[in-house]
Design a protein around this ligand. Structure first.
Ligand SMILES: Cc1ncc(COP(=O)(O)O)c(C=O)c1O
Length: 462
């Protein structure tokens, strides 16, 4: 990082290294191994301290289950297979059973019929990038397209931009409508002979909203295009919210134009971090994400996803999460989440200075015409809340998970939010602390990018 970048970063980077003062910073392997007890004690200390931040229930998203009993069970399962490499399937036929069942259970939950197939991946980003690759390869093989384009609403997750960047696809990001949903007519207008697929969200990350997927499904069919639904966020929650009787429009394989979906087991699937599912309508499309090498000195090489070696522990723990919860467990969890989300939503709606963005269910975004929403966020942060900052329009969201479903947490949020609005009416300083990057607009885009790169560099400075 350059000196200039360092001085601009100011206190932002200082907070990244709280352990520098307390522990030795290693720049090389210790000459002699440390005792296991000592290693365990040090890491246990880090984990306890970091867990304490979200155990209050005040952190948006990220910690989806939050039950240490549940994590202990998954960790016990993880330990059984943590050392196993899933690439060597002859050594672990159990993984073939477990991954096949993870895919089948996820597909069934999303109303897939027998032609839907899929793979287990390392997370939502991979479950998005692989179908992008598959659509590109399919279009190259079937339609001789060499300059592929995908048309998406601009609220779609940056994993699509990353996939486009990696795979040489032009991502046509179309502004959403006044309702913050994908603008179907505007997307239709951007379809060209080079379009390989459309994509939209159920729900999207910024506002938790479900795009008009029924109309987009028809649009994809009219044009003979692939259509990916990003269900990374909603895929494991919306089916249960719908069963609870909430008004959820069809978002999955019930829509005939949907040709692929991403759905994250490591979010509301309540698995450990590091797994997700990508589903395809038809085995032919899935084939396009596979990689094979037949002429290598090391033998024949075949890999279904982006990673080479993978730990069997994550697959086993994901399967264990799913079967130990069962339908009843997912439904009960969704009930707790929606009870909290309803309280939070009603609380925000009762504060005249705030408005809720769109008509959300479990991930609730708010903005304000009356005051700087980042001042509101500053005060909430001082009370221990960690919301996610948004831009265009400036806002914050609270993505409700089970820790917010614990008694009294949602009510505490509403009380603190009221206080935060009062604070934001007369803030002690004009510039909000939490708006520096998300809300800003004062910083030119190039400078923001440099800062973000420097932040990534800094995350590898022990
Ligand atoms: C809608 C949506 N899509 C994709 C992703 C990417 O998932 P991951 O972080 O697991 O790669 C996220 C993550 O929050 C998301 O909210």
């Amino acid at each position: 990082m350059t000196t200039d970048e360092k001085s601009k970063a100011g206190g932002v980077f200082a907070s990244m290294h709280p352990y520098r003062e307390e522990t030795e910073t290693l720049a090389a392997l210790p000459a002699k191994g440390r005792s296991r007890d000592e290693v365990l004690a040090e890491l246990r200390g880090f984990a306890r301290r970091e867990d304490a931040r979200w155990e209050t229930g005040q952190v948006s998203g990220s910690y989806y289950h939050g039950g240490h009993d549940h994590y202990d069970f998954l960790n016990e399962i993880f330990a059984l297979f943590s050392h196993v490499n899933l690439l060597q399937r002859d050594m672990c036929p159990s993984a073939t059973k477990l991954e096949g069942e993870i895919v089948a259970m996820t597909a069934k939950m999303l109303h897939a019929d027998a032609e839907v197939c899929g793979t287990v991946t390392s997370g939502g980003t991979e479950s998005i990038m692989l179908p992008m690759l598959a659509y590109r390869e399919h279009a190259r093989a079937e339609r001789a397209i060499t300059r592929p384009q995908m048309v998406v609403p601009d609220t779609i997750h940056p994993a699509f931009s990353k996939g486009a960047h990696y795979f040489g696809i032009e991502l046509v990001r179309v502004p959403v409508g006044k309702d913050f949903l994908a603008d179907v007519d505007a997307m239709a207008a951007r379809i060209t002979p080079d379009t390989i697929a459309l994509a939209a969200s159920a729900g999207n990350y910024p506002h938790g909203l479900i795009d008009p997927l029924g109309r987009l499904s028809e649009l994809a069919r009219e044009h003979g295009l692939g259509f990916h639904v990003d269900g990374c966020l909603g895929g494991f929650l919306l089916p249960w919210i719908e069963r609870l009787g909430y008004d959820v429009p069809p978002f999955d394989f019930r829509l005939p134009g949907v040709t692929s979906m991403s759905c994250d087991t490591h979010k509301w699937g309540y698995g450990l971090k590091g797994t997700s599912v990508v589903l395809y309508r038809g085995r032919a499309l899935r084939r396009h994400q596979y990689f094979t090498a037949t002429d290598w000195a090391g033998g024949l090489y075949a890999s279904p996803t982006m990673a080479g070696s993978r730990s069997g522990g994550l697959t086993a723990a994901t399967w264990a999460a799913m079967v130990s919860l069962g339908e009843a467990g997912y439904l009960d969890a969704a009930r707790q989440i929606m009870t909290a989300a309803d309280t939070i939503r009603a609380g925000i709606a009762s504060i005249p200075e705030l408005s809720i963005i769109g008509d959300p269910t479990f991930c609730i975004a708010m903005r304000s015409d009356a005051l700087d929403i980042f001042h509101v966020n500053d005060h909430l942060a001082s009370k221990g809340w960690r919301l996610n900052g948004l831009q265009r329009p400036p806002g914050v969201h609270l993505c409700v998970t089970l820790p917010q479903g614990r008694p009294g947490v949602a009510e505490r949020f509403v009380a603190d939010l009221r206080e935060a609005v009062a604070y934001a009416k007369h803030p002690p300083q004009p510039a909000a602390r939490s708006g520096a990057i998300y809300g800003g607009g004062a910083m030119p885009a190039g400078a923001v990018e440099q800062m973000m790169m420097a932040w990534l560099d800094e995350s590898y400075e022990a």
